[in-house]
Design a protein. Structure first.
Length: 378
């Protein structure tokens, strides 16, 4: 098993509404058969356990969609089945993503009793006009109440904000982020708005009707303010978009970035499993109904399980690992083969090398994608 650890990701694909910027596999439906979904998740956990039994489980992550729409009994069944199959790490992290509109004190108390010990709240903005533009169903007041409920229930709470939004300037973002930091959060995920193909924002952008997006210079200034304020608040970036107090980093996401193993369970979920020395990529059927039917009919919701070659494994390790503040250790042979590109990036002040470890500098982080493209050009 890779040194990065072992986790389980479970994808709950249902939402109350589809946000215009979202390219995740999420769906709005009238009703959900929770019992059928719980049974399917249990069946998939049984299957994965046959492949990975005996491993120590470091994390469980309920993502989506909106997992906080799940019944407490569904979460409880899933976590009970997990506990039967794997040895649980003493510091097992069990995270559930939540939207402010679906946060209820009683339900959250139930999640905690079931075994959830960390919640990530999708606040996204502290401006009511911008929340509406982002397609969010909650107000700022509801979001702050939701964070309070989460913090009163769980020891570990994170929340998300999106910046580089339409018509946003540096002064307004500084004020908004300062307000967020005044709540003394342990963890913040701060994402620059990206316009993805296949989303409502993507369609508007192509038609030229998505107005007020910041240009590159303003986006760079917004990035600088983000780093400045978070460092002052002792929430440094441990990854490009994630900030945390020491010891409050997301253990589950670190499995991804450190090239650990994780089982991806649910519609469209991706996984990485090392079995008999071979690393496999797995992909679940994307449509919820199709995934559910595949689990019932074939015993597996996956539509793909492919072995990754050595080059693919290393490329992915670079792609994910350089996102981390501490960088990654790479084979000496690869460093020797790519010495020219490494030196060019180092001379530009974008990359730092110590023996076999590469890490992106502070000034390199805003152009991380270009750095990775340069390193993988050979």
């Amino acid at each position: 098993m890779p040194e990065g650890g072992f986790g389980i990701y479970l994808h709950w694909p249902f939402c109350q509404a589809k946000c215009p910027y979202c390219d995740f596999n999420s769906h709005v439906v009238a009703t959900v058969d929770d019992d059928a979904w719980a049974s399917a998740f249990e069946a998939e956990l049984d299957r994965i356990a046959d492949l990975t039994g005996g491993r120590v489980l470091n994390s469980v992550f309920f993502g989506g969609g909106t997992p906080s729409l799940m019944k407490v009994s569904t979460v409880e069944r899933i976590l009970d089945r997990i506990a039967k199959h794997w040895r649980l790490a003493n510091d097992l992290e069990v995270t559930l993503e939540a939207n402010p509109t679906s946060i209820e004190a009683d339900r959250f108390a139930g999640y905690r009793k079931a075994g959830v010990n960390r919640v990530s709240v999708g606040v996204q903005a502290l401006d009511d006009k911008d929340l509406k533009a982002l397609g969010r169903l909650h107000s700022v007041a509801e979001a702050l109440t939701a964070v309070d409920v989460a913090r009163s229930t769980f020891d570990r709470v994170s929340f998300d904000l999106i910046y580089a939004r339409q018509h946003q300037d540096v002064a307004s973002w500084r004020k908004e982020l300062t307000q967020a930091l005044s709540f003394d959060p342990d963890h913040l995920s701060l994402y620059q708005l990206t316009i993805e193909d296949g989303t409502a924002f993507g369609d508007r952008f192509k038609r030229g009707t998505l107005k007020g997006l910041p240009d590159e210079d303003v986006a760079a200034d917004l990035w600088d303010v983000t780093q400045e304020l978070c460092v002052e608040a002792e929430l440094p970036a441990y990854e490009v978009s994630n900030h945390a107090k020491i010891g409050q980093e997301s253990r589950h996401n670190q499995i991804y970035w450190a090239s650990g193993d994780w089982a991806g369970i649910g519609p469209g979920a991706h996984g990485r499993l090392t079995l008999d020395g071979v690393r496999f990529e797995t992909i679940g059927a994307r449509a919820p109904a199709a995934w559910l039917e595949r689990v019932k009919a074939t015993g597996s919701g996956d539509v793909s399980k492919s072995a990754m070659n050595e080059k693919d494994v290393l490329s992915e390790r670079i792609l994910m690992g350089l996102r981390m503040r501490d960088g990654i250790e790479l084979p000496s042979s690869w460093i020797d083969e790519n010495r020219k590109n490494i030196n060019v990036l180092a001379d530009l002040g974008l990359l730092y090398q110590t023996h076999r470890t590469l890490r992106v500098t502070q000034s390199g982080r805003p152009v991380l994608n270009a750095i990775i493209a340069k390193l993988l050009a050979n």
